[in-house]
Ligand binder design. Structure first.
Ligand SMILES: Nc1ncnc2c1ncn2[C@@H]1O[C@H](COP(=O)(O)OP(=O)(O)OP(=O)(O)O)[C@@H](O)[C@H]1O
Ligand SMILES: [Mg+2]
Length: 293
């Protein structure tokens, strides 16, 4: 991070999300964070601490029994306009999602429609938001996003079952980039993949961020990985954000005992960290090669 952070693109204040079941669960409690333009913010914490619930609430994708009990979520548009996300109606929300903020869901590898080709799924999302795009423009944009994530555009005609897990995941990331959103929330986008594919994809996300300047909220319980790719990291424990610092600051000088415990639970963190992906980015700064994974 530079000394002067970029302006904010998203502010979450005092957010509380409750699952209204027999014994209500407060899955997110008074959470606050600011996401800056173009930054990669890691969100770490053990299973069940509320990461996905937080991401869904920010995207207004939470469904009953989940309820936002309190808080404010503000999107600071590039145009200078501030949007109160909790005040949007359904139509406004549909226009907002994918366009300004997109999400790659946990288990997204299986989120593609099995009976639609990649082309059809990219086209449907594009046309829902840009109804006046010509067929040629739709084809051009679809090819471009696939190329950006390292998938051969010839795959446009493929069905999801014809793609490897890594490729399906890349297609989901391509879908999330399709409308050039200002924020991408990625919920465990790579945990189901093997380590090499995971690294490749992460490297690409960092590179794309460098090129296209969107902000990323990257959710995982893999703290070593977050330390490598994130500008800042928020640590969640039992629904609360207990620490938020730069990756370097957190690594050097974690304040919260839980963060220290988390750091201590990864033996790999005792050695040199962080060189791999960031160096990798520099080395792969050109066009992505086709058809990895
Ligand atoms: N539909 C639901 N009804 C009741 N409780 C729920 C529901 N969904 C989630 N929870 C509870 O909310 C808490 C937070 O869950 P959440 O899925 O947000 O955690 P997470 O940090 O994303 O976990 P993971 O790392 O396993 O994905 C957990 O205690 C979970 O049991
Ligand atoms: Mg989750």
């Amino acid at each position: 991070m530079t000394a002067t952070p970029a302006p904010p693109v998203l502010t979450v204040e005092d957010l509380t999300v409750v699952y209204e079941v027999d014994e209500p669960v407060t899955a997110v409690r008074n959470a606050g964070l600011t996401l800056h333009r173009g930054e990669i913010l890691g969100l770490a914490g053990e299973s069940g601490c509320g990461k996905t619930t937080l991401a869904y609430a920010v995207n207004r994708l939470h469904r009953p029994p989940a309820r936002i009990a309190s808080g404010r979520i503000t999107f600071h548009d590039r145009s200078g306009e501030d949007v109160d996300l909790l005040a949007l109606d359904d139509r406004e929300l549909r226009a907002f999602r994918w366009d300004k903020l997109s999400m790659v869901f946990q288990g997204a590898m299986n989120a593609l429609n099995p009976v639609g080709t990649v082309r059809a799924q990219l086209r449907d999302t594009l046309l829902a938001h840009r109804p006046r795009m010509s067929r040629k423009e739709v084809q051009g944009r679809s090819e471009e996003v696939l190329r950006r994530v390292g998938v051969d555009p010839r795959r446009l005609g493929s069905y999801p079952h014809e793609l490897s897990g890594g490729m399906r995941q890349r297609v989901m990331i391509a879908m999330a980039m399709l409308l050039e959103p200002q924020i991408m929330i990625m919920d465990e986008p790579t945990t189901a993949l093997d380590v090499v594919v995971q690294r490749d994809i992460l490297r690409e996300i960092v590179r794309l961020r460098d090129e296209l300047d969107f902000a990323v909220v990257f959710i995982t319980h893999d703290l070593p990985l977050l330390l490598e790719i994130s500008d800042r990291i928020a640590v969640m424990l039992d629904g609360e954000i207990v620490e938020l610092d730069t990756a370097a600051g957190l690594y050097r000088d974690a304040k919260h005992p839980y963060t220290r415990k988390l750091l201590g639970s990864f033996p790999s963190l005792s050695g040199e960290r962080g060189a791999f992906i960031r160096t990798g980015v520099d080395q792969t700064a050109g066009a992505p090669t086709e058809e990895r994974a």
